[in-house]
Design a protein around this ligand. Structure first.
Ligand code: CMP
Length: 140
């Protein structure tokens, strides 16, 4: 297994409920290192660019509205097999299907307000990291 980097978002439903630290602890307990982190407030247009792949989906407008509704915390996580490990720690997109102990099982409110986002592959991880962070901000 190789050391990888993946991109994570702690979403508005979670920052609003003061869950940033509890979610970061889940990453660290799983052996993922938070090598970059910042709290930002996206515009709806910026959220739209990030989620452009979902443009044709019926939930796209609602998703962009939600992602711009409150601050988010964007992070880069590093570790062995980090992309898959993060997806395991997050749990299924729909909290009703998420496994016990996962972030979405414990914290998510619904499929839309599901507390966290994580990259789904190496190419998307690179693109998503580059959208939010400069190289100087990644401190491994
Ligand atoms: P995320 O992993 O950030 O990737 C796309 C997001 O779209 C997903 O998490 C959900 O928050 C959201 N999403 C997916 N399916 C639905 C749905 N049926 N209704 C509302 N939002 C959804």
């Amino acid at each position: 297994m190789a050391v990888q980097r993946t991109f994570s978002i702690i979403k508005p439903d979670a920052t609003k409920r003061n869950l940033t630290g509890a979610i970061a602890a889940k990453f660290e307990e799983a052996g993922l290192r938070i090598i970059a982190s910042k709290r930002i407030h996206l515009t709806k247009a910026q959220a739209g660019v990030f989620y452009a792949v979902h443009k044709e989906r019926p939930f796209y407008d609602e998703l962009c509205e939600f992602m711009a509704s409150e601050p988010i915390v964007v992070q880069v996580l590093e570790g062995e097999d980090a992309i898959a490990k993060n997806r395991e720690v997050m749990g299924a997109t729909n909290p009703a299907e998420a496994a016990e102990g996962t972030i979405r099982k414990e914290f998510a409110l619904s499929i839309g307000e599901n507390s966290v986002h994580g990259s789904d592959g190496e190419d998307t991880a690179k693109e998503e990291i580059a959208y939010f962070f400069s190289g100087l901000e990644l401190v491994g």
